[in-house]
Write a protein that binds this ligand. Structure first.
Ligand code: ATP
Length: 227
């Protein structure tokens, strides 16, 4: 079963409410999540792969219940953060990508072939044996994307993936996420141009989902209110 279904989901951290009464059904492929700082966007994103658990309500992500199928959920939902440095685990680029496939019972040749293919897809083949930390910020974000997509997730959640990137690398990551990805994507972003390229937008304010709809309409309203 594809899609995201939340029923009256609330999240509290130490008694402080981060999300309240979020109900939503999402089957669109590209979902933008917008809202001011502290409005609950990251908390919503983190619910989707079980990094955060609902305090109240219930949630289904691609047919899985995060409360009871957390391990399976983490296998099926890829997550990338704004800071790619935080996601580098292994010394070299190829090793870092291969690490994502550990424990999946794949033969060594199969792992090598998949790593080669994904590094070629994201223009990193020439850096396969380079130290991962020596890449540029944009290349590191492409590495993070490679390390997640090699696992063929059903859903990719990206939490401000272009926040640290210049215009050229933003375009590159945006093309990879918005134009080339067959999977469902949840994109948390303050970049309204990226949000505009999604199929639906969700607007969070003070922990509530206050509006959802076509990006063109919703973003125009958002811009007016935040001008
Ligand atoms: N792990 C945590 N522990 C305590 N409070 C948290 C935690 N994570 C988030 N919060 C609080 O929950 C609220 C929503 O935070 P969240 O990170 O979801 O907002 P956001 O919309 O992603 O903000 P930003 O645009 O600044 O990244 C904030 O008040 C934040 O302080």
């Amino acid at each position: 079963m594809t899609g995201i279904s939340a029923r009256e989901v609330g999240v509290e951290f130490d008694g402080r409410v981060a999300l309240r009464g979020v109900s939503v059904e999402l089957t669109e492929r590209r979902i933008a999540v917008i809202g001011s700082n502290g409005s609950g966007k990251s908390t919503f994103a983190r619910l989707l792969n079980g990094l955060v658990a609902p305090t109240t309500g219930s949630l289904t992500v691609h047919g899985l219940d995060p409360a009871h199928q957390a391990r399976e959920l983490r296998r099926r939902v890829g997550f990338i953060f704004s800071n790619p440095d935080a996601q580098i685990i292994m010394p070299t680029v190829a090793e870092d990508v291969a690490y994502s496939l550990r424990g999946r019972g794949l033969a060594r040749d199969e792992v090598r072939d998949r790593v080669t293919a994904i590094l070629e897809r994201f223009g990193l083949a020439a850096h396969a044996d380079a130290p991962a930390h020596a890449l540029s910020s944009g290349q590191k974000q492409l590495l993070a994307l490679s390390a997640v997509l090699i696992t063929e997730p059903a859903l990719l959640v990206a939490d401000e993936p272009t926040a640290l990137l210049d215009a050229r690398n933003t375009r590159r990551i945006a093309a990879a996420l918005l134009d080339e990805l067959p999977q469902q994507l949840v994109l948390v972003t303050h970049d309204l141009r990226l949000a505009a390229r999604c199929d639906v937008a969700l607007w969070f304010d003070d922990g509530r989902l206050i509006a959802q709809g076509s990006p063109a309409e919703l973003l125009a309203r958002y811009e007016r209110e935040h001008a």
